[in-house]
Design a protein. Structure first.
Length: 394
């Protein structure tokens, strides 16, 4: 039997191989190893109690039927009010579509704005699923480096130089996964100007917005005149420790909402009503748990970077936001995959090799900060011990 070439294209490639260490770590844990798994960004903190209680209440009230395809109006209005308050620019329910997580929102957005013959510019390193999302639309992914020497911040001239007559969109992610870079206002404004000049869409993945701790997050939606060409995608997965809820959204021009309605009608037919009503509790005001969670990651980043500073021939890169620390292992002479495999075998610590995130991330490891402090400290000490072993220090 034959399979669709589009599925083959979407499900293959270097991005899908990024998780082999995680899979091996799961097998080792099942056989009794004391594995510390720091591969994925799955928050260890509890979901805020008001959200849990509202979800349970909705279930007990029998809210298990169909919901509006693009989301309950009250939830869309709450998301819009939050965006308007944070950006200072108009945003209404007509601008918002509720999607199955930010991943689902990104997939739907790209399906709506790009297709065969088009190009989408994405700075790299890039999250491992981005290539598959662009490929599924039929468009071509055009990578522009975020050089490590620049702290993984964008070079506006490189982005402008990548634009061709086939370019349809520039896709950014700030705070950035995997590097933790938080783009400055001038950088975001410069990218926005490129999009205005060439009549391009600007897609902004803002799932880590609430985890910016070096400087404030800047959304292109906040810039005057960008509402007609900006698509903001976000969720509550990271900010409220709710990845399993699969509750995300897309903010864009009302015309985009109409396109997304047709797409979601043939995909999900709407998000579960009890999930939407539970998530609505997250928008009743700034929950203290969100600020506490951000402080957790700020503290944990400092803890891990401080411990890893003792790893010979390795260089930790403290993040400006997000929930990861990068470790540059290039001076060891080992590839990131080789280092990660050896670390897991020797010390039962699983981290993510970044080679699949793009050439600019080659030789780096992404270390998730999603364990309590004591467990993170133990993982950091094991990494240092392994670095000393391979460097002849033990």
């Amino acid at each position: 039997m034959r399979f669709s070439s589009r599925v083959e294209q979407r499900s293959s490639g270097p991005g899908t191989g990024a998780w082999s260490i995680q899979q091996e770590a799961s097998l080792l844990r099942d056989t009794g190893h004391d594995v510390i798994s720091l591969t994925i960004g799955d928050p260890d903190q509890p979901t805020p109690a008001p959200v849990v209680e509202a979800t349970v209440e909705a279930l007990r009230a029998g809210r298990t039927g169909y919901a509006p395809t693009i989301g309950f109006p009250q939830l869309r209005a709450a998301i819009a009010a939050r965006a308007a308050q944070r950006t200072g620019q108009p945003c209404g329910a007509e601008n918002v579509v509720v999607t199955p997580g930010a991943q689902g929102g990104l997939y739907c957005a790209l399906q709506s704005i790009a297709g065969p013959g088009d190009e989408v510019i994405v700075p790299e390193p890039l999250y491992a699923t981005y290539g598959g999302v662009v490929a599924a639309s039929g468009a071509e992914l055009v990578l522009v480096p975020l050089p490590a020497a620049r702290g993984f911040h964008p070079d506006l001239d490189s982005i402008a130089g990548a634009v061709t007559p086939r370019t349809r969109a520039v896709w950014i992610n700030t705070p950035h996964n995997p590097t933790g870079a938080v783009f400055t206002r001038d950088e975001v404004a410069g990218i926005a100007e490129i999009c205005r000049r060439h009549d391009l869409w600007l897609v902004s993945d803002e799932v880590y917005e609430d985890l910016a701790f070096t400087r404030p997050h800047v959304s292109p939606w906040s810039l005057p005149g960008m509402g007609e060409r900006t698509i903001v995608v976000s969720s509550l997965s990271k900010s409220h420790a709710m990845p399993g809820f699969r509750l995300g959204w897309v903010i864009g021009p009302p015309a985009l909402s109409r396109h997304l309605f047709g797409l979601l009608l043939s995909m999900t037919y709407g998000n579960p009503p009890f999930i939407q009503l539970g998530a609505l509790a997250a928008f009743g005001g700034e929950l203290p748990q969100v600020a506490a969670l951000r402080e957790d990651y700020r503290r944990r980043a400092g803890l891990m970077a401080g411990i890893l500073a003792g790893a010979p021939r390795c260089r930790p890169i403290p993040p400006e936001g997000g929930m990861f620390v990068l470790l540059d292992v290039r001076p060891t002479g080992m590839a990131a995959q080789q280092f990660a495999a050896g670390l897991l075998e020797s010390e039962d610590v699983a981290v993510l090799p970044c080679d699949a995130f793009g050439p600019s991330a080659a030789g780096h490891l992404r270390i998730s900060l999603t364990e309590p402090d004591a467990r993170l400290a133990e993982a950091g000490q094991r990494i240092v011990r392994y670095a000393r072993k391979i460097g002849g220090g033990e």
